[in-house]
Design a protein around this ligand. Structure first.
Ligand code: Q46
Ligand code: ZN
Length: 301
């Protein structure tokens, strides 16, 4: 197996691209895919300050690594979910990365913002942990970006994540989720920052290879609540399809983005208001985050 670019022995085969690369050319390929994503979806301009949401995992740290090397002005945001040792360790990985690369890192504690950490939120709401966690993460990313006058938040979602989310939405025909599934969500309100996913063209295996080759020290363990999440089951199904037919995940996601998404976008135009409590964007009167914080407060005082 030889590198497609230089002919030297390859270290990684990418079957969906019908290609193989040596280490330096794979790193180049990876960065090119990120550049292409940013260019194609006009994710951010050269002079924009980008808030990079980092979890301590391979994807978000790989993304931060590429953006730093590409010369973007970035600040990391670590949301401390308060999930036992997992949070302690993943925070340490983010802090070590930021210190090594000499870049700023903001830390926001969910326990402070909502009134309790994710495991308590899960008990109070009696809903799957990812529900309160995901809601809090989306809300806080936006709030922190606004507070620091940054117009864009970048997350480390990769091709596998996006294809699995798409499969979940299609299985339940969640048309509102389908309208929002995009590598770049523009700001549709002055209090809503742009949300972008520059790794959407790269698979989980590719981000793992990039992180390894770049010697990025990341947390290997998954969040303990990830086990049993339906998104994991969807990822497994898609990986089986990928094994049988390389490119299946890519075709599923990219086909949707190019051919189907525009139809859902038109169908789901909604009016946005400012939350009567916190001033952030909501479709109702009081936002879901403020309602969650109220529920936690009632249950814990
Ligand atoms: S951190 Fe939070 Fe994830 Fe853990 S509780 Fe679920 S959403 S699995 S990416
Ligand atoms: Zn609110």
């Amino acid at each position: 197996m030889k590198c497609r670019k230089c002919g030297e022995p390859a270290i990684l085969e990418l079957r969906r691209h019908n290609a193989a690369f040596c280490a330096p050319d794979f790193v180049d390929f990876f960065r090119n895919q990120v550049r292409e994503a940013i260019r194609k979806h006009r994710m951010f301009a050269r002079d924009e300050h980008v808030l990079v949401a980092v979890s301590g995992g391979k994807d978000s740290l790989a993304l931060w690594d590429v953006l730093i090397d590409e010369g973007y002005r970035t600040t990391g945001l670590y949301l401390d979910l308060g999930i036992f040792d997992y949070s302690v360790e993943s925070k340490a990985k983010c802090e070590a990365f930021a210190a090594r690369r000499g870049v700023p890192l903001l830390v926001t504690r969910v326990a402070e913002a909502v009134g309790a950490p994710v495991p308590v939120i899960k008990n109070v709401t009696r809903r799957p942990p990812c529900s309160g966690c995901g809601l809090s993460k989306r809300y806080l990313m936006n709030r922190v970006a606004l507070e620091h006058e940054m117009a864009v938040v970048a997350t480390g979602h990769n091709l596998d994540d996006e294809a699995a989310t798409l499969l979940g939405s299609v299985l339940h025909w969640q048309t509102d989720a389908l309208s929002r599934q995009s590598p770049a969500l523009p700001s549709t309100h002055r209090k809503l920052v742009r949300r972008v996913k520059p790794l959407y063209r790269l698979s989980e295996r590719e981000t793992a290879a990039y992180a390894f080759l770049r010697r990025i020290d990341y947390i290997v363990e998954e969040c303990p609540f990830a086990k049993g999440a339906t998104s994991i089951a969807h990822k497994e199904i898609l990986s089986r399809m990928e094994d049988a037919s390389p490119g299946a995940k890519h075709n599923f996601l990219f086909g949707f983005l190019e051919k189907a998404r525009p139809a859902f976008e038109r169908a789901e135009a909604v009016t946005l208001n400012e939350c009567a409590r916190c001033g952030q964007v909501t479709t109702g009167t009081v936002c879901a985050f403020c309602k969650l914080a109220d529920q936690v407060k009632r249950a814990t005082v």
